[in-house]
Design a protein around this ligand. Structure first.
Ligand SMILES: NC(=O)c1ccc[n+]([C@@H]2O[C@H](COP(=O)([O-])OP(=O)(O)OC[C@H]3O[C@@H](n4cnc5c(N)ncnc54)[C@H](OP(=O)(O)O)[C@@H]3O)[C@@H](O)[C@H]2O)c1
Length: 286
């Protein structure tokens, strides 16, 4: 798999907006496909208040004929949704997960979901029960691959014991967010999807500031013709073949910049420099 096709376009922000700009979403999705990014991420919870599945609907609309032509792989998530008051709820009981999967199949207009994540472990339901339910739906042919989000190492081990898990989606970023689950995924042969990997909406600005402040990083950026965000993305991809960044983007330019970043090669000295100046992870994320 090329490094560009290891990128996923995350669509949460479009879906959470009160009035998403559909034309801009279509243009961003088209730019992603054009740049070689053919993986997309959504969730039942990515919706305006009280309209579960709206984000999946928007993405399906933007993908349109590309999805029907099999040009796009879509991952979605369930067991989590947005209430009418705007708050988020978790319910990962087997019956709920089945109804969420069935709703996603309808909205995405497909017979099988490419990848389905348990969005959050439900403290009221044993993880083995939730994963067992998704494994049954996979056996029934409704899901191609099962994944888990927002898990620690022990939860990942429990999930893997309960069914065939293909991937994890957790938070990991150059800007001070580490995650021991990434190394565990490498050992277990699972994909590790890294979300908020540029540090969220204000991350790219902080990355540019860090690049300007540190002359050796500025020199590296100039040598490679890269921005701070692109260096952070190249650093992330260099952490291991299991890493698949999930990038939120509201503009075509961001998508194309990310695809270009995936073609950058950082040598050992470059990585050592970036590690040296990297903001230290907060103790609870290390
Ligand atoms: N599983 C979970 O619980 C979970 C939780 C959170 C997020 N996610 C997933 O992860 C996705 C991304 O997360 P995120 O939106 O928090 O954060 P992100 O990817 O860290 O950051 C998005 C920001 O980075 C900018 N950007 C993207 N590519 C860029 C580039 N190459 N150069 C410069 N700026 C760039 C975007 O700017 P523009 O808007 O200007 O393009 C946007 O402001 C979500 O859409 C969702 O799919 C999953």
């Amino acid at each position: 798999m090329s490094r560009v096709s290891r990128l996923v376009l995350g669509t949460a922000r479009w879906a959470l907006a009160a009035r998403p700009d559909r034309a801009l979403l279509s243009a961003t999705v088209a730019a992603a496909l054009d740049a070689g990014i053919d993986r997309f991420d959504t969730a039942r919870a990515y919706s305006p208040p009280g309209r579960p599945g709206e984000g999946e609907r928007l993405l399906a609309e933007a993908l349109g004929p590309h999805a029907r032509a099999g040009r796009a792989r879509v991952a979605t998530k369930g067991g989590h949704w947005r209430r009418p008051d705007g708050s988020f709820a978790v319910d990962a009981r087997p019956a709920t997960l089945r109804s969420h999967v069935e709703a996603s199949l309808r909205v995405l207009d497909t017979e099988r979901l490419d990848r389905y994540f348990l969005h959050w472990p439900d403290p009221a339901v044993p993880l083995a029960e939730s994963i067992g339910a998704l494994a049954d739906l996979r056996t029934a042919g409704l899901i191609a691959e099962v994944g888990v989000c927002n898990v620690g190492v022990a939860q990942l081990e429990a999930a893997c014991a309960a069914g065939p898990v293909a991937a994890v989606q957790n938070r990991l970023a150059y800007l001070g967010v580490d995650d021991p689950v990434r190394e565990r995924c490498a050992v277990l042969g699972l994909e590790y999807e890294a979300y908020s990997s540029l540090g969220g909406p204000d991350g790219p600005g902080r990355l540019e500031e860090l690049t300007r402040r540190e002359p050796r990083v500025a020199a590296l950026a100039a040598r490679l013709g890269a921005t701070g965000a692109q260096l952070a993305l190249a650093w992330l991809l260099a952490q291991g073949a299991e890493v698949v960044p999930v990038l939120g983007a509201g503009r075509e330019g961001s998508v194309r910049a990310s695809a270009a970043a995936a073609t950058l090669t950082l040598v050992a000295d470059d990585l050592a420099l970036l590690d040296e100046v990297r903001p230290r992870p907060a103790p609870d994320t290390a």
